[in-house]
Design a protein around this ligand. Sequence first.
Ligand code: NAD
Ligand code: UDP
Length: 389
Amino acid sequence: MASPARVDLDGKPIKAMTICMIGAGGFIGSHLCEKLMAETPHKVLALDVYNDKIRHLLEPSDGHPWSDRIQFHRLNIKNDSRLEGLIKMSDLTINLAAICTPADYNTRPLDTIYSNFIDALPVVKYCSENNKRLIHFSTCEVYGKTIGSFLPKDSPLRQDPAYYLLKEDDSPCIFGSIEKQRWSYACAKQLIERLIYAEGAENGLEFTIVRPFNWIGPRMDFIPGIDGPSEGVPRVLACFSNNLLRREPLKLVDGGESQRTFVYIKDAIDAVMLMIENPARANGHIFNVGNPNNEVTVRQLGEMMTEVYAKVSGEPKLETPTIDVSSKEFYGVGYDDSDKRIPDMTIINRQLGWNPKTSLWDLLESTLTYQHRTYAEAIKKAISQPAST
Ligand code: NAD
Ligand code: UDP
């Protein structure tokens, strides 16, 4: 019996499409490719300079039922003439390519600005000129700091959502001074958002902009010295995982007082799938994608990860599980931070009916189980080997 036709949120059949996914080999791209292969008939042209995180989808020897629906193109969008042709061959382009680790923003600000603005320009241009739909990945960091962060510490207004809730169509973008190079990323992302919005307004580009709020899960970033440079500084999930795996205290930057909301990658991917398959509801919109119920300070995140890791690894907690470090020591000069990030969910709820499901404890449990299984042995080996001279 033929499987029932897949329908969109308005009950219309979903046609199979070809998707040009730029940055498909990264953390989000790998999960999106997995979902598209396992649950849809869509084809993916996967563009990236690396493919380690999607190799399991590409191996022809495994005889996956999707082997003719995913094609890897190793290319750097900075300088590859194949880009326009691949966008032209597709119905939809999804651009995930970026430098997006905070340790780079103040230490490699030029690369950060080029990657997040200049390198994205041809993608927007080719989509606009060829009347192709674009889903572009921006960031919650475009909001910068909350209005409330400028109020006195004891002001009761800080508890009022009007002073902290981040709304796509209402909140301002508040960055620090130019010497705070942390904001090079946010500023580049903001300008590319404005350019895409203007292409929509003036030239009719069909676009959707995604603002991820700390999506986390398996395959995020790298573990320094194992599958990334020993001196590299990934995002907080991988930093804390690395500390836990090596039985070192977790480093809390400036006391770990900043607040974040974390969403499980699998929940977030469901939101992106709804955008892909419901263009009439997603086009022309900017969407916050996060989990407002999973808010913690970075200190609380560290404490919870310590508890969860002890449970999944069976190893006792350290006597001193965390230590404080200054941001200057950890990231160098020019670092600054977003104080608090709670996404308003009105627009994504109204347009796509999406809600996140997974609690912080549950998402950490599955993610740290993965980290332990994937890295614990390699770390033990690396620690037992004398450092090469
Ligand atoms: P990631 O670093 O894992 O993935 C980015 C991928 O883009 C990498 O595989 C990289 O090799 C590729 N890439 C970079 N420059 C390229 C180039 N010039 N040519 C070809 N490929 C290139 O990051 P991610 O977490 O998957 O993030 C994807 C997007 O989402 C980024 O635009 C990022 O700014 C945005 N974002 C993610 C989060 C999050 O929570 N993960 C938060 C905010 C924003
Ligand atoms: N952070 C920390 N220790 C670490 C890594 C990060 O205290 O080892 C803090 C960082 O200063 C920030 C938060 O954790 O306040 C989240 O950092 P991440 O790199 O994940 O990215 P961000 O959410 O700032 O974009």
